[in-house]
Design a protein around this ligand. Structure first.
Ligand SMILES: Cc1cc2nc3c(=O)[nH]c(=O)nc-3n(C[C@H](O)[C@H](O)[C@H](O)COP(=O)(O)O)c2cc1C
Length: 212
């Protein structure tokens, strides 16, 4: 069993941040702790309990470098498409962007890169099929990230490499026509284990009782 921080469920749920600058690239991550987190993750629900999910963990440095390069180029595509909307930068957005740039530069150094996958592509699929596919992998992926947090590991869900998903499928030998990648998640022990609640929109701006 990996060492646990013994956080309460509420603490895990409220302090699992997107960790980028505090990922400790110098400390190896044991296979056992990854498998322990995954054992917890697969307790998540899945559509019709099909459990048609797949979890790829990459530790080999050359493959990590290839994925990191795809992520960097995928991020360029995302940022180019958002050029106009980001003209007015708030302080919060500026901080996320700076942190995100750091991860782009250092993705290859994360000791483990995690690529969650789901069977069945949703390209042009009806909305119910999309919900079932994404809704099958996201709870398990998030459970993995929560279990990792309670063991002193940091993660950051990223999606920008999906701009070049087929290229990443080639690198990893994923049958692209049948299997959809969902993200690219660096996994590393964190520098310090104290993470805080994040600032969020006030509830009254998002909460609806009875109807919209
Ligand atoms: C669907 C999704 C996609 C995301 N994609 C990226 C990404 O490509 N790169 C990145 O650095 N962070 C990415 N993030 C992390 C968000 O930037 C982060 O969750 C947000 O800034 C709030 O910070 P927090 O998770 O620490 O509370 C993504 C998060 C989600 C939920």
């Amino acid at each position: 069993m990996a060492d646990s921080l013994n956080l309460s469920a509420d603490e895990v749920l409220t302090t699992t941040r997107s960790v980028r600058k505090r990922l400790d690239f110098s400390r190896p991550v044991e296979k056992e702790v990854i498998e322990e987190c995954l054992d917890i993750a697969v307790q998540a629900p899945s559509a019709s309990n099909r459990q048609d999910w797949h979890f790829i963990f990459v530790t080999e440095p050359n493959t990590r470098a290839k994925l990191a390069d795809i992520y960097r180029r995928g991020a360029e595509i995302s940022y180019a498409s958002r050029a106009n909307e980001d003209l007015a930068f708030s302080e919060d957005k500026r901080r996320v962007r700076e942190s995100s740039q750091y991860l782009i530069a250092h993705m290859a150094e994360a000791p483990v890169l995690f690529v969650p996958c789901i069977e069945g592509r949703t390209d042009n699929a009806p909305i119910a099929n999309q919900a079932s596919r994404w809704g099958t992998i996201v709870p398990a992926m998030w459970s993995f990230m929560l279990a990792a947090r309670n063991r002193g590991l940091g993660t950051c869900l990223t999606t920008m490499h999906l701009n070049l998903e087929e290229e990443a499928a080639d690198v990893l030998g994923i049958p692209y026509e049948e299997i959809m990648q969902v993200g690219l998640i660096p996994v590393a022990y964190t520098k310090g284990t104290d993470f805080k609640l994040a600032k969020r929109q006030p509830l009254e701006t998002v909460l609806h009782w009875e109807r919209w």
